[in-house]
Design a protein around this ligand. Structure first.
Ligand code: PMP
Length: 477
C-alpha cells in the first residue's frame, strides 16, 4: 500500500481528487484523496501566482483548432492552460501548481523563469537586439568563449543557429563539404530535426512523412531493451560497417547520433557501440557528429555532454533547447579546420547568435555552474532512477527503467516477455498523474515510454513525489 512505502507523503482526507481545483486550493495540487486512500503530497513551494484574468482554456482551444495547423497537438484530454512557471513548477489558469517533470529538455534547463536568465534577457533587450553578422557586440563574444571552454580537444569554433534542426542541418552540410562525400549514416529511432536534410537523417520522421534523401542510410538501433543483440554494442556496430561496405562507395560523409535518444524514448546507445562506429566512420573518411540537443548541459549528471559517457570525441557537436533556457538558440561546435569550409561561400543566419539569445546562453552556463546543477542532476537523477527501478519490482507493466541523470525513461508493456507496448495504459496513467499534479512526457517508437526530463533544479523531494504519484496511478490501473 502507498502508506507503507511513502510515510512522508501524507495529507488530510478529501474526496475531490478528480474535481478541478478551485482558486482557493490555489497553489496546491493536493490533497488529492479519494475514499480513504492517502495520497502523495507535493513538496511545498513559497509562491502564489496572481489571479489569472486572460481567456479561458476553452476559448484558447477553439482558436487553436480554428487557426493553428492541425499538426499542433497537445497532451491530455482536457489540455492544461499554463500561465506561469517558476523553477520546476508550473501554474495553470486556476492557480493550480504542477510539478514539471518534462519541460527541462524542451525548454528550461535551469528552471522556469530563472531570475538570472530573465535578467540577462531583459537587460540585453533593453540595450540592443540585432542580427549577429555585420557588427560587433560583446554578448556573442562572451558566450562563445564560455561555451567553447566546455569542450576539450580541438572543438573550439562555434556557429550559432536558432534551433536544433538548423544546427543539425549545418553540421551535415559542413561534413559533406569537408569530406566531399554525400553519404550520411544515422540510427533508426533517432531524431535530428524537421527540415529536409534532418528529416532524412531522422529515421522516425521518414517513416512518418516518407521524406527521402539520397545517400542517407539508417543503421540498426543499438537498443538495449528491444534490440536483438541486447547490450552488446559491438554487434550493432557491425551494421554500420556493412552499410559502409555494401551501401556506399566505401567513402562516407558523416555519422550522426544522439548519445541517449530522447524522442525515441530515452534510449541509451548500447555500450561499446559509439567507439566502434566512430572508428569505422573515420576509416571511411567520414566525420562523427554528436547531437547533444537533449543530452547536453549536464543533463546526464555524470558528464556535461552525453557523448562523454561513451568515451568518444566527435568532430562536430550540435546543441539547442536547454542551451538558452527557452529562448530560441542552437549551436554547432567543430574544429577550426572543419569550420573553414563555410568560408568558401556566403553562409548567413539572420538571428543565430543574436545578442539577446547569447546573453541568455551565458546566463544559463553561469547558473549551471553556480548552482552546481550537473551534480544535482547526478544525485537527484540517481535517486529517482533507483526509486523507479523499485517500482518496476512492484508493477509488471513497467518493462524497463533507463537513462542517466535527469534524462530517464520508463517503458510500459502489457507483457514483459512479448514487450507489447502499453499504449492506452500510458495515456491513462499520464492523465491520472496530471490530475495529481505531475506533468510528465511521453515518447518512444510506440509512444509507450514515459520521458522524465525535468529542469535541473529538481529536488529529491520532487523526485519522491513523482514516484509516489506514479505508484498511486499504477496501483489504480
Ligand atoms: N535533435 C534532437 C536530439 C532533438 O530532440 C530535437 C528536437 N526534439 C532536434 C534535434 C530538433 O530541434 P528543434 O526542435 O529545436 O529544431
Amino acid at each position: 500500500m502507498i502508506q507503507r512505502i511513502l510515510p512522508r507523503a501524507f495529507s488530510g482526507k478529501a474526496s475531490s481528487f478528480l474535481r478541478t481545483a478551485t482558486a482557493s486550493q490555489s497553489t496546491l495540487a493536493q490533497p488529492l484523496q479519494k475514499d480513504d486512500t492517502i495520497l502523495p503530497k507535493m513538496p511545498p513551494f513559497d509562491y502564489t501566482p496572481p489571479p489569472y484574468t486572460g481567456p479561458s482554456a476553452e476559448e484558447i482551444l477553439s482558436k487553436r483548432q480554428r487557426y493553428l495547423s492541425p499538426a499542433v497537438f497537445h497532451f491530455y484530454k482536457n489540455p492544461i492552460n499554463l500561465v506561469e512557471g517558476k523553477m520546476q513548477y508550473l501554474f495553470d489558469d486556476k492557480g493550480r501548481r504542477y510539478l514539471d517533470a518534462f519541460g527541462g529538455i524542451a525548454t528550461v534547463c535551469v528552471g522556469h523563469c530563472h531570475p538570472q536568465v530573465v535578467d540577462a534577457i531583459v537587460n540585453q533587450t533593453n540595450r540592443l537586439q540585432h542580427s549577429t553578422i555585420l557588427y560587433l557586440n560583446p554578448a556573442i563574444a562572451d558566450f562563445v568563449e564560455a561555451l567553447a571552454s566546455k569542450f576539450s580537444g580541438d572543438l573550439k569554433v562555434v556557429y550559432f543557429t536558432n534551433s536544433g534542426t538548423e544546427a543539425n542541418e549545418l553540421a551535415l552540410l559542413m561534413a559533406r563539404l569537408y569530406t566531399g562525400c554525400h553519404d550520411v549514416i544515422s540510427i533508426r529511432n533517432g531524431y535530428h530535426g524537421n527540415a529536409a536534410g534532418t528529416m532524412g537523417a531522422t529515421a522516425q520522421s521518414s517513416y512518418k512523412f516518407n521524406v527521402v534523401q539520397s545517400g542517407v542510410h539508417h543503421a540498426q538501433n543499438p537498443d538495449q531493451y528491444r534490440g536483438i543483440f541486447g547490450s552488446d554494442g559491438l554487434k550493432y556496430a557491425r551494421d554500420v560497417e556493412e552499410i559502409v561496405t555494401y551501401g556506399t562507395s566505401g567513402h562516407v560523409g558523416a555519422f550522426i547520433s544522439e548519445a541517449i535518444q530522447g524522442v525515441g524514448g530515452i534510449m541509451e546507445l548500447a555500450p561499446g557501440y559509439l567507439p566502434a562506429v566512430y572508428d569505422t566512420i573515420r576509416k571511411a573518411g567520414g566525420l562523427c557528429i554528436a547531437d547533444e540537443v537533449q543530452s547536453g548541459f549536464g543533463r546526464t549528471g555524470s558528464h556535461f555532454w552525453g557523448f562523454e559517457a561513451h568515451g568518444v570525441m566527435p568532430d562536430i557537436v550540435t546543441m539547442a533547447k536547454g542551451i538558452g533556457n527557452g529562448i530560441p538558440l542552437g549551436a554547432v561546435i567543430t574544429t577550426p579546420e572543419i569550420a573553414k569550409v563555410l568560408s568558401y561561400r556566403s553562409y548567413f543566419n539572420t538571428f543565430g547568435g543574436n545578442p539577446v539569445c547569447t546573453a541568455a546562453g551565458l546566463a544559463v552556463l553561469r547558473v549551471i555552474e553556480s548552482e552546481n546543477l550537473q551534480k544535482n542532476s547526478f544525485v537527484v537523477g540517481s535517486h529517482l532512477k533507483q526509486r523507479l527501478t523499485s517500482l518496476k519490482e512492484k508493477f509488471d507493466i513497467i518493462g524497463d527503467v533507463r537513462g542517466r541523470g535527469l534524462m530517464l525513461g520508463v517503458e510500459l508493456v502489457k507483457d514483459r516477455q512479448l514487450k507489447t507496448p502499453a499504449k492506452m495504459e500510458i495515456l491513462h496513467i499520464m492523465e491520472q498523474m496530471k490530475e495529481m499534479g505531475v506533468v510528465i512526457g511521453k515518447g518512444g517508437f510506440f509512444g509507450n515510454v514515459f520521458r522524465i526530463t525535468p529542469p535541473l533544479c529538481f529536488t529529491k523531494a520532487d523526485a519522491d513525489f513523482l514516484v509516489d504519484v506514479m505508484d498511486y496511478s499504477l496501483s489504480k490501473l
